[in-house]
Design a protein around this ligand. Structure first.
Ligand code: 5RP
Length: 228
């Protein structure tokens, strides 16, 4: 089964999860990316059940709006029961690298405001240790060089994502070569670099449930292999 089919299967499983677990009329958090695009498509039959959605990017906002799902400002909701999003890598404890699509800051905000983070991914995203995928770091443009120097001092090789501006008006450094033994500790260190808006390490607030599309269908996983 190819990667796109695995993404679609995981996305459809997430729509089932939402149908079962989200109170009628509640607001759903929706992430960004190709897997989430499948998820948004799968939400169509559920849209009467949803009170609306908080979108993690302009791209997601437009796709939800095309389905006539009301877009809600996070500030008008406070907390969300469920947030569904993809990942670039996810480890056994459900720490993740995110931000391949550049929406990491809004994604991290919605994750922080959500009770349950449901990660949807194809089998290739599941790794034993994070770091093969270059870590995206959103940076205030005037601090790009300053931050790149600090990330290099941590052992990374930061590369500016050329021609890309985030929805928040910032740039992204993609940092290859980081050895991520302790994702929570590294997230704290990178958060403290002046000029960093947000890193794509989602370890302090990782996922709670992983719906993993595999060759053999979708597997529901909990952190560290706990049984669902
Ligand atoms: C966007 C993200 C995405 O969740 C991540 O890049 C995975 O994308 P895809 O579902 O296209 O593989 O973090 O900022």
């Amino acid at each position: 089964m190819n990667q796109a089919q695995q993404k679609q299967d995981a996305a459809e499983a997430a729509a089932d999860y939402v149908a079962t677990h989200l109170e009628p009329g509640a607001i759903l958090g929706v992430g960004t990316g190709s897997t989430v695009n499948f998820f948004i498509d799968a939400l169509a039959p559920l849209k009467e059940q949803l009170g609306g959605a908080v979108a993690s990017s302009e791209a997601t906002r437009q796709r939800l709006a095309a389905l006539d799902i009301p877009i809600v400002d996070l500030n008008d909701v406070g907390r969300l029961a469920i947030y569904v999003d993809g990942a670039d890598e996810i480890d056994p404890g459900f720490a993740m690298i995110k931000g391949g699509g550049g929406a990491l800051t809004r994604e991290k905000i919605i994750a922080a405001a959500s009770d349950v983070f449901v990660c949807i991914a194809d089998a290739g995203k599941r790794v034993d240790q994070l770091g093969r995928f270059p870590l995206p770091v959103e940076v205030i443009p005037m601090a790009r060089r300053l931050v790149a120097g600090q990330l290099a001092a941590l052992g990374g090789e930061p590369v500016l994502r050329e021609g890309f501006v985030t929805d928040n008006g910032h740039c992204i450094l993609d940092v290859a070569g980081l050895v991520i033994h302790k994702p929570r500790a590294l997230e704290i260190i990178i958060n403290q670099i002046t000029g960093v808006v947000c890193s794509g390490l989602f370890a302090l607030r990782g996922a709670d449930v992983l719906l993993l599309g595999t060759e053999d269908g979708v597997i529901t996983c909990l952190p560290f292999g706990a049984l669902p």
